[in-house]
Ligand binder design. Structure first.
Ligand SMILES: [Zn+2]
Length: 156
């Protein structure tokens, strides 16, 4: 990897995520001044054979209006057993099952290569699954018409 552009491309290829910006706005004022809105294209169900699903619940930020998930970009204080949310800067204690973590013994969600994690949650869901069907309509009119026709044929 020789350029920043290649670095970004490599991360997009790995995670199936493309953001409109490479840096998060640091304030509401800065966010309001963005010429292009902050947005994300996400490739759901991207195959990641190098990353097996994690068989436990994600660790969530304790701030009720945040609930972000522990990730490799969070700051961690291994001695105090705390992590700092990288979205709202809330200091969060690790749950009891993380008592043995250290810089040498990290959970998968803190390992930099695990930038995308698929959790397999064993408890019963509290709500029905949500399916999002997105179609990128930036295509030729003929292709779009063919897509519309195929969707009408498949609908009951
Ligand atoms: Zn947070």
């Amino acid at each position: 990897m020789t350029t920043y552009e290649e670095f970004i491309q490599q991360n997009e290829d790995r995670d199936g995520v493309r953001l409109t910006w490479n840096v998060w706005p640091s304030s509401r004022i800065e966010a309001s001044r963005l010429v292009v809105p902050l947005a994300c294209l996400y490739q759901p169900l991207k195959e990641r054979p190098d990353l097996p699903p994690i068989q436990y619940e994600p660790v969530l930020c304790t701030r009720s209006n945040c609930r972000a998930i522990l990730n490799p970009l969070c700051q961690v204080d291994y001695r105090a057993k705390l992590w700092v949310c990288n979205f709202c800067f809330q200091r969060n204690p690790f749950p009891p099952q993380y008592a043995a973590i250290s810089e040498q013994h990290q959970p998968a969600e803190l390992i930099p290569g695990f930038s995308t994690i698929e959790y397999t949650i064993t408890r019963a869901p509290t709500m029905p699954p949500v399916f999002i069907f997105l179609v990128d309509t930036c295509m030729d009119e003929d292709e779009l018409d063919a897509l519309k026709d195929s969707l009408q044929m498949s609908l009951p």
